[in-house]
Design a protein around this ligand. Structure first.
Ligand SMILES: NC(=O)c1ccc[n+]([C@@H]2O[C@H](COP(=O)([O-])OP(=O)(O)OC[C@H]3O[C@@H](n4cnc5c(N)ncnc54)[C@H](OP(=O)(O)O)[C@@H]3O)[C@@H](O)[C@H]2O)c1
Length: 234
């Protein structure tokens, strides 16, 4: 892996991914909204920024050109298909053999085998209804984005984040194929470690065409599970 593009580079997750990518000596380019470029001032001599909306196919195509890895922050802001547009722009613009790693939440399901608590289902339903009603976000947009990714022939991984918190790194999160697995019960990951997993996935071919649901490696549920054979060792 030599050159990586981070789509949505100016957000919290994006900036952590910049740190991890630079620590690996990758050339880093990224796309973010023009009004957010200033958030990256501390990296300005080390990265190349393509200002613009992350669903702009022309800007994304220019940014991902020559990249062997693309890290994508999928966000369902607004009600005009921003996440689906972002995913499509990356799928169309990236080289066929590029590693594509997308971020989303546990609510996305690859195979319908995830098991959600009634509380999670109720939250998603109510939040989704309010967000769409107020037109600030559309959860279904992220579902559509992932449907397109899952059905593509690209070398993708969709990393499904638990609830997130700030704080120092605990190390690489552990993961499961399915929400509902006891290892995930703590439902908490440091945001810096979510970013670490995204960057780690770029070079882990065992994660191609998988949608790992992650949780912090220092959480109670991860520690309780330690010792048994886990897919996190893949
Ligand atoms: N927050 C959680 O608890 C949680 C839990 C599980 C999974 N995730 C996943 O983690 C990823 C990022 O989450 P995060 O909480 O860490 O957020 P984040 O890194 O701050 O990312 C937010 C992104 O959304 C962009 N954005 C904000 N408002 C926007 C708007 N109105 N139009 C277009 N783009 C806008 C930001 O760009 P600007 O810098 O330009 O504002 C930034 O790239 C997402 O894929 C999310 O699904 C989050």
């Amino acid at each position: 892996m030599k050159r990586v593009c981070i789509i949505g580079i100016s957000g919290k997750l994006g900036q952590y991914m910049v740190e991890h990518a630079l620590a690996r000596d990758y050339d880093v380019v990224g796309v973010c909204r023009a009004q957010s470029v200033h958030k990256l001032d501390r990296f300005k001599d080390q990265i190349t920024i393509f200002p613009g909306p992350t669903d702009d196919a022309d800007i994304v195509a220019r940014a991902v050109k020559g990249c062997d890895g693309v890290l994508v922050v999928l966000v369902p802001w607004g009600v005009k298909g921003y996440a689906a547009g972002t995913a499509q722009a990356v799928l169309d613009g990236a080289a066929p053999d590029a590693r594509l790693v997308f971020s989303c939440g546990w609510h996305i399901s690859l195979d319908g085998q995830d098991v959600y608590s009634w509380r999670a289902r109720a939250f998603l339903k109510i939040f989704g209804w309010i967000a769409k009603g107020l037109r600030f976000a559309d959860i279904e947009d992220q579902v559509e984005a992932c449907r397109r990714i899952f059905s593509s022939k690209a070398r993708w991984t969709v990393v499904r984040g638990s609830d997130l918190e700030e704080g120092p790194s605990d190390g690489l999160p552990v993961w499961s194929h399915h929400v509902g697995d006891p290892i995930l019960a703590s439902n908490m990951t440091k945001r810096i470690d979510f970013a670490l997993f995204m960057v780690h996935a770029l070079t882990n071919d065992a994660l191609i065409h998988k949608a790992p649901a992650i949780v912090g490696c220092a959480t109670q549920s991860a520690r309780a599970d330690a010792g048994s054979a886990r897919p996190s060792s893949e």
